[in-house]
Design a protein. Structure first.
Length: 139
């Protein structure tokens, strides 16, 4: 009887050693996830991020978005950072078939509201503080 109990104890311990998983293998890398939120009540802003109003007698579009894409995403240190001098994290495909460079809509990633557009490992982002996020939308 003692031999059976000893054998079962050894068998139980050996199975537990083989069934353990290394927790480090299952860790998920921290990511910055960029999603779009469609807000029909969003304030209209000018190119400096200040509230802008459509002057009397002028017209403006207020489209209803079902899906959207972006062509360019850049983190800028401040409002005076020149376009392209920040940390560019996304630049979509372009084509010159019609002449000058333009967005290649056939290769654009198009997402619905709340769907992840871009996932960037945090280790791949340039270290720093960014006051501005520049996004060139395409729809």
């Amino acid at each position: 009887m003692k031999k059976i109990i000893l054998l079962l104890t050894i068998l139980t311990l050996s199975i537990s050693f083989f069934s353990c998983e290394d927790l480090d293998d299952n860790q998920v890398e921290p990511m910055l996830i960029i999603k779009f939120k469609f807000d029909p009540n969003q304030a209209r802003l000018n190119n400096l991020g200040q509230p802008s109003f459509v002057p009397f007698g002028n017209g403006a579009q207020s489209p209803v978005f079902n899906k959207i894409s972006s062509h360019y995403i850049e983190f800028a240190k401040d409002a005076n950072t020149q376009l392209g001098d920040g940390s560019i994290v996304y630049h979509g495909q372009e084509t010159a078939i019609g002449g000058a460079n333009a967005i290649d809509f056939s290769k654009a990633k198009i997402v619905a509201e709340g769907e992840a557009f871009l996932e960037i490992p945090l280790k791949d982002l340039a270290i720093g503080s960014y006051e501005w996020l520049r996004v060139s939308l395409s729809y």
